[in-house]
Design a binder for this molecule. Structure first.
Ligand SMILES: CSC[C@@H](O)[C@@H](O)C(=O)COP(=O)(O)O
Ligand SMILES: [Zn+2]
Length: 217
């Protein structure tokens, strides 16, 4: 039996149920404008060379729930079961983040705040955030902690983004911005990945508003 086939059916069902609920929650926040965004959740045993994850199908209206929203793929992005669905166009980014971090879930969304701050701070290739309480959501507890959220190039040819992720991913920071595109945030499980994504979006809105208050044009 293949490694994927030996993952219990109830485990697959559990992942898809949790996945469906999170997708509906994010849809209610307006995080999937114009079919943008994609989500994945890992399942079964993990090694950097072999792992499996459920990922949203490409180009779907992610504000709707249908039986064709997700498929399971392996570490190479190949479908684990026969399906007519195509995995997200950004599956290669998820694959690389799983390979580097062993995370349990990765959520990618587009927002106006994450797009604007990624452009404002593009020259330094990271968004600086200092002393804001919600930095603790990333399990960083230093007094007045300062973090830099990496920004990578938004190549139209998505696999070209992968080497920049390899180079720029900071193990302390569970997220990466893609310039004028969106964020990938991850965590050890879906609960943690969602917590991190919410914290990033709060912090990006904070940075956006603070920069305007300081008089940025
Ligand atoms: C329609 S714009 C969005 C896409 O180009 C992409 O950035 C995105 O997030 C969704 O792609 P998808 O292939 O549906 O996962
Ligand atoms: Zn995207």
């Amino acid at each position: 039996m293949s490694a994927f086939a030996s993952i219990p059916l109830e485990e697959k069902r559990r992942v898809l149920e949790e996945f469906t609920a999170i997708k509906a929650d994010f849809a209610s926040r307006g995080w999937f404008a114009g079919t943008g965004g994609n989500l994945s959740m890992r399942i079964g045993p993990y090694s950097p060379d072999e792992f499996f994850f459920a990922v949203t199908a490409s180009g779907k209206d992610k504000t709707r729930s249908t039986p064709e929203d997700f498929l399971f793929v392996d570490q190479d992005g190949k479908a684990c079961e026969t399906t007519s669905l195509r995995p997200s166009a950004e599956t290669s980014l998820h694959r690389e983040i799983y390979r580097l971090t062993g995370a349990g879930a990765i959520f990618h969304i587009h927002s106006v705040f994450n797009n604007i701050v990624s452009e404002w701070f593009w020259e330094r290739r990271s968004v600086p955030i200092e002393g804001v309480e919600l930095i603790k959501a990333f399990n960083i507890w230093d007094e007045d902690a300062a973090i830099d959220v990496p920004i990578v190039t938004n190549y139209a040819d998505v696999p070209r983004i992968v080497p920049e992720i390899t180079e720029r991913l900071d193990p302390r920071i569970p997220g990466l911005l893609i310039r004028k595109h969106g964020i990938c945030a991850w965590g050890k499980d879906a609960f943690e990945a969602k917590k991190h994504l919410e914290a990033f979006e709060f912090l990006f809105e904070y940075v956006y508003r603070w920069e305007l208050l300081k008089g940025r044009a």
